[in-house]
Design a binder for this molecule. Sequence first.
Ligand SMILES: Cc1ncc(COP(=O)(O)O)c(C=O)c1O
Length: 506
Amino acid sequence: MPPRSSDHCAAPLIFEQGALGRANRYVESGKPLETFLPHRLLRDDLPLPDNSELDVVRHFTRLSHRTFGIDTGFYPLGSCTMKYNPRVNDAMANLPGMRDLHPWTDDALAQGALQVMYELERSLSSLFGMAAFSLNPSAGAHAELTALLIAKRYFKELGQTRRDKVIVPDTAHGTNPASAAMCGFKVISLPSDARGRVSLAEIEKVLGDDTAVCMMTNPNTLGLFEDDIRRIAAAVHAVGGLMYYDGANANALMGNARPGDMGFDLMHLNLHKTFTIPHGGGGAGHGPVGVAAHLVEYLPTPVVAWQADPDADPSLAPSDRLRFRLDFDRPKSVGPVRSFWSNFAHAVRALSYIYANGAQGLTKVSQLAVLNANYLRVKIGEFLDIPYDEPCRHEFVASAAGLKKRTGVRALDLAKALLDRGYHAPTIYFPLLVPECLMFEPTETESKETLDGFVAALREIVQTAERDPEAVLAAPVTTVVGRIDETRAARYPNLRWRPRGEALQR
Ligand SMILES: Cc1ncc(COP(=O)(O)O)c(C=O)c1O
């Protein structure tokens, strides 16, 4: 096995074998550099910046201050749970036994890490009422695809390959229909009713013996609880279909309601949202997939298996006398969907969060998230339209359609003006069924003072828009870049090498 960085004895060996070792031998030998380095790596001229260490530190510190993050300000994104990531999670993930473990370490030497995965899997299963979870997928969308592969394999086993339709309500995140299409299913889009929910009558119209899966998000992306959920699940099951729960909004219900009890057969969680894992810019997620008992054998490999350890100290509790191993031998599995142990450090962070809060703490987390969202809903409702104005769960949507008609100021302009006031923009223009939509999810970790400050800033922007729309249309004026054409930037990126000394072309 290669030496570990935590192993002090290994350090001189690494240096001796590495670049530093070669450099030392070159200096000591007095021989030409070519003796030690391949010719292709040699440079005649290597212009190095003429900056002191302090200048470099200041440069990067200045850049870091220009980045907006949850550690610097309120992040009211809807549908994307941006809450505080407790530092203790990182401390746990950085323990040498967790951080330095090689993914090819023999199971016998990785018992602690396997126990982390086992305990996380068990905790998630009991919190959400599922028989088992796979920790393999590394994001919500990846988990959706995995769950649909499981459904496909299940129907194949049953000889029901005619089931090729996946029902997706119009409030769903775009990844739901995309995952279904990627998996080869036909997508049936379901309109919401006047209350922003899926109606039983509408769903019954599209159910049939070709129904494979009904994908639902509950609470949905309007922040509304699907109050017909059990009847909907019964109707889908009656035609032999499966119910899939998109758990991206699980921050609304931890410890208060369980998808398993609502009749869901498959689900995913976004650990990077609900379970306090730093994320953003599309990076480093973790999306475990949970299944009911009849689908356990289809879960991706490997799964953590366990047995009683005959050699364990008998004075330990039975739960501490287990021996774990990675089980790859599961003939009906859809197979691996991710290399090695997925984002293992995230599993450590999530378990750390679960143990730090306990069952009661997690229940309270969701209750506070719902309370904060309703506080914000009522306050923002004083100056913006709230299309579905009823008690919400963890998020809600407002609309700037009326404001736009009166002043020309759109949801986008309000979002830009918030940046000037030190707040991250909320999610805008999603879900699509609300015109000029702004979606807010304050999460449980914000204080009343922060929420009041945010409401005051947004109120002031709306008042400015009514009086002087141009002032809002010009925003943002304090950020490093103003308005950019984001679609154009993404489609036609202008990436060029800028030679030293040449001015930046805008
Ligand atoms: C409701 C919902 N479902 C699924 C996803 C996809 O999750 P991920 O971004 O981890 O792929 C999101 C992401 O924002 C979401 O809000």
